[in-house]
Design a protein around this ligand. Sequence first.
Ligand code: PLP
Length: 511
Amino acid sequence: MTDTTPSQGVARYVEAAKQAAKRHALAMAAMRSCRFDTIAVHGLYTAEEALNFNQGAIIEPIYMSSSQAYRDSDEMEAALSYQIPTWCYSRIANPSIYYLEAVLALLEGYGMDGEASCCATSSGMAAIASATDPFLAVDPAAPHKPLNFVATCQVYGGTFQQFAVRKAVERGVECRWVVDSTNLADWESRIDANTRFLYGELPSNPGQAFFDLARVAEIAHAHGLPLIVDSTVATPALLRPLCHGADIVVQSVTKTLTSSGFGIAGAVVAREGITSRVGSDEMKADFAMYLKTLPNRDHGQNLSPMQAVLSLNDIRTLRSKVDLQSQSTMAVARFLAGQEKIERVDYLGLPSHPLHELATRYLFLVDAEHDARYGAPTNRYGHLMSFRVRGGAAAARRMFDALRRIWRATDLGRIKSVATIPAISTHQQQGEEGRRMADIPPNMVRLCVGAEHPDDIIVDLEQALAAIDGAVRVAVPASFSVGGASSARLAGGATPEPEKPEERPAELVRG
Ligand SMILES: Cc1ncc(COP(=O)(O)O)c(C=O)c1O
């Protein structure tokens, strides 16, 4: 904020901005009175917004401009000192990104008592760094004081690396892993005077660890600490951690929120008035806005405006997609649970899962009680599951290599079904010890079921399981582009046979 006395001209802009702030508050309140699907479809982009400020475009325009022009020096001064609503420069803010941020804040805050705000980032990993780093600021009065934070060890492999290597090894900030996140005493015992935040991922990728969110938030707050939650796998269609006491939510918007697979994006959504032992009043009052206007302005983890609108378009149908994918995943999980070649299936929706009862208290399809098909609160468990193939890593790889319809990729949340072997991909870098601690064995396959008909996914899995005992595929030399970024092109003879329709089991043949 500026410390110079505002000129008359600046004061004129600031006065006008007060009216704009009132209109903004009214628009937010109007949207908050709508149901989840309506918010996801419209956000703050109203007809008035379109007609008055955006040439009447019915879809949010993509403002690719690097920066904003000002009428005069007074407006520039008021804008750059953040005294009026402005987007200044696209590293700081941008209208297209603003529409995405409004939708995400409204969806994550849906049903919460109080308000939330959002800061979009260039990726989920940037969101995690943005959400955690401000709490690790060195205390100028005691610059050598050791700092620590407490986190569930069952986290996405990239998060594990960011915490264990980037923060712990490179910066000397101790990461205290909670191995069994259902053990509340374990969370609490790791907190001391130098702890700065608690962090959890739930359901975790890929193991689907789950913890009692409300109780862990209580523990955090009793010690004056914020609880930060990665809720990427659930999305706000199934779980809104802010409603259960979490202070900050991080999303890899890349995933289910952008189910089409067009690009990489992230978001930090925070409640107003977070709990923290450190940081300014300004930071605690509106953490996401603080991030956006100060640390992220200076570090530059901004999202591209093009990506913001691509993500927005996918978010409009989030609830119905998550419902469909959850139901299909349940069908696939039930099928796999009955297969002899499968050692274990992990899906929170299966009553046999040890965390099923806990997850059932938290994971609900939003607004099911207002949906004519359900008319009552309805549990849904998401699109991510994992299974372990009997016969170890070699059997898992043979099965994986035989998949035809399901894509092999390190990705999740897609409209298309995608599988990976976490031990050799997403969780490879954390090493064997890290994987053992997080319970990620080499025979585990992660499967994210898309929006195809589940019968066809089951047919694919069935033939892939049959291939475990089939002929070994002969490896052929591969060639790569000189740029090194293309996938391998096999030198000959390796094109798989086209799928034969008669391989579909009799009970799955549609008439
Ligand atoms: C649970 C979870 N959080 C965060 C991330 C990182 O997100 P991004 O790839 O958008 O940086 C991922 C990526 O797979 C993830 O699965």
